[in-house]
Design a protein around this ligand. Structure first.
Ligand SMILES: Cc1cc2nc3c(=O)[nH]c(=O)nc-3n(C[C@H](O)[C@H](O)[C@H](O)COP(=O)(O)O)c2cc1C
Length: 324
């Protein structure tokens, strides 16, 4: 695997306070399986890393169809965390992940704190897994289906429990559907999170004006793709400013190297690519190559040279202006 750029002395490797990736471009959860299905289409060892589809305790059937629709500048999905459950995941994907040769982040989701805990225990010694991503952007059935990541005290409960149960670093994956994402990120870090992944999909809805019906069977779903990139960039920027030194993985609407570089400049230490994989399974590799060329052309030696380097002429009072 080549992670350096010819003779230029540029290396694409990144180190997120002890969690190392050969390139800063990972495949996002839910958009790459565990890599097993993609292995036929591309050399998965050239990817910076793979975040698995979120794994839950028991098998989850998912939501009725249609559950993916295209919208302007993105897509809406309401898959409903469909996955075979942790036991089948371990049996089927475990051996593949162990032999993959690319770092894997295991994404865990749950309907209760206990479910997160149980999956963390059952996956504790999985070879090939370098970190856990706690997908806390899902409903807590024990608290009237409130989304964990929308309430600091519920986010804390999950993260504190998981960090007690695993020796792996835990990244909290947050939603931007909150008033103050810094408050949630700060709560997660204080509860023991190694870093944060920003952002999950934004809650959206589309209606077919001919039939008058919602286009998704589940009515609402998660918006992803280029449409959400400015929101994700804003979240990364705000959290990076408030919590310097905390590793941030940026995700949301990345399909080119320039998109990824925008995230690095905002404060991301690495990025993930989701929706773009569906149109171009090679996206993560091409984006990493493009970052390498960008660095080499500027005489920079590492993606870390770009992290948080956005320049502002003067400090704008927070909260930032929304319009007008
Ligand atoms: C079809 C689909 C399935 C997804 N499944 C998951 C999931 O299981 N767990 C999770 O944390 N995020 C999931 N996501 C969210 C992505 O990981 C990512 O955060 C989001 O799509 C924004 O990135 P993008 O604009 O590059 O797609 C899913 C996204 C899509 C489009």
């Amino acid at each position: 695997m080549t992670t350096s750029n010819g003779d230029s002395g540029t290396s694409l490797a990144v180190d997120l306070n002890g969690v190392a990736f050969p390139t800063p471009v990972l495949a996002a959860s839910g958009c790459f399986g565990s890599g097993r299905e993609m292995a036929a289409a591309l050399d998965v060892r050239r990817i910076g890393g793979i975040v698995t589809k979120s794994v839950t305790l028991g098998p989850t059937k998912g939501l009725p169809t249609p559950r993916m629709v295209e919208v302007d500048a993105g897509m809406l999905n309401a898959i409903g965390l469909q996955n075979p459950g942790v036991e089948e995941f371990l049996a089927k994907d475990g051996p593949f992940i162990a032999s993959l040769g690319a770092p894997v982040i295991l994404s865990i989701a749950g309907k209760s704190v206990q479910e997160f805990a149980q999956v963390a225990i059952q996956t504790r010694d999985m070879p090939g897994v370098v970190a856990i991503e706690a997908n806390i952007s899902c409903p807590n059935v024990e608290r009237r289906n409130q989304v964990f990541a929308c309430h600091p005290e519920q986010a804390i409960e999950v993260i504190a429990t998981m960090t007690r149960l695993t020796t792996l670093p835990v990244f909290a994956k947050l939603t931007a559907d909150v008033t103050n994402i810094v408050e949630i990120a700060d709560a997660c870090v204080h509860a023991g999170a190694h870093g944060v992944t920003l952002i999950n999909t934004l809650l959206g809805m589309a209606i077919d004006v001919e039939s008058f019906r919602p286009r998704l069977a589940a009515v609402t779903g998660g918006l992803s793709g280029p449409a959400i990139r400015p929101v994700a960039i804003r979240c990364v920027y705000q959290v990076a400013q408030a919590l310097p030194g905390v590793p941030i993985i940026g995700v949301g609407g990345i399909s080119t190297a320039r998109d990824a570089i925008e995230f690095l400049l905002a404060g991301a230490w690495a990025v993930q690519v989701g929706t773009a994989n569906f149109a171009n399974p090679d996206a993560t590799i091409q984006i990493a190559d493009g970052i390498g060329q960008f660095l080499a052309a500027r005489g920079l030696s590492s993606p870390a040279d770009l992290t948080g380097k956005v320049e502002r002429s003067e400090r704008v009072a927070e909260p930032a202006y929304r319009s007008g």
